[in-house]
Design a protein around this ligand. Structure first.
Ligand code: HEM
Length: 185
């Protein structure tokens, strides 16, 4: 099934979840790598162009994900999950959404700070909205960097909890995000 239902996630949510997770991990690695390059490296310009395009893709996917989530019935929590676990998991998920949006928006502000647009794979561009002073560009860069490190920590917590549920508690928490709900479920 494409859509989510009270008994589980649909194909679209599962696909977007793993695509965003892979892109965010890749973008983190690429961002750190970019900062280590010198001007003569072939990746000195190529790296940021790819980083910006993929980052904008994450922003688009996450926006679609929020809309998709609002239009779908959310899967019911598994009966084995306690109220406290559920609250902690919800907090972590909200933090992942908030951090991702802040990272993407701060990255967009760093990119467009001098009035230039942010190109999406040379297909179209996100226009600049406000010019930033050099102090504010540095601030946006710092926010981008710290939130990127923060999201890696939160994602590790989120992934660790999923593995704990799968291998220790042996419930369907992780399986639900791997195989889409069937029509008959
Ligand atoms: C969730 C998605 C993203 C992640 C995980 C991420 C991660 C990172 C990391 C780790 C760095 C290196 C930071 C440092 O050491 O200073 C970086 C740099 C950068 N990122 Fe991202 N990024 C993301 C999305 C974006 C987006 C959407 C844009 C632009 C539209 C963008 C633009 C930039 C720019 C311009 C830099 C260089 C910043 C500087 O030189 O101060 N990023 N990113």
């Amino acid at each position: 099934m494409l859509k989510d239902s009270p008994s589980g996630y649909g194909l679209i949510t599962i696909f977007v979840h793993w695509l965003c997770a892979s892109l965010i991990i890749f973008l983190f690695g690429l961002g750190v790598y970019m900062r280590s390059l010198d001007y003569y490296s072939p990746w000195y310009h190529r790296g940021p162009a790819l980083h910006i395009s993929l980052g904008l893709l994450v922003l688009l996917l996450m926006s679609l994900r929020v809309l998709w989530r609002m239009r779908n019935q959310y899967p019911l929590p598994l009966p084995s999950i306690s109220q406290n676990n559920l609250r902690a998991a919800t907090l972590v998920k909200v933090a992942l959404y908030v951090f991702t949006f802040i990272i993407c928006i701060s990255g967009y502000f760093v990119t467009t700070a001098e009035g230039q647009s942010a190109s999406f794979f040379d297909m179209f561009s996100f226009p600049a909205t406000i010019k930033l002073s050099s102090v504010n560009v540095d601030r946006a860069g710092l926010i981008h960097k710290f939130m990127a490190w923060g999201i890696v920590g939160i994602a590790a917590l989120h992934g660790g909890a999923a593995l704990f549920h799968h291998f220790v508690k042996r419930d369907r928490t992780l399986v639900r995000m791997l195989s889409p709900v069937k029509k008959t479920d």
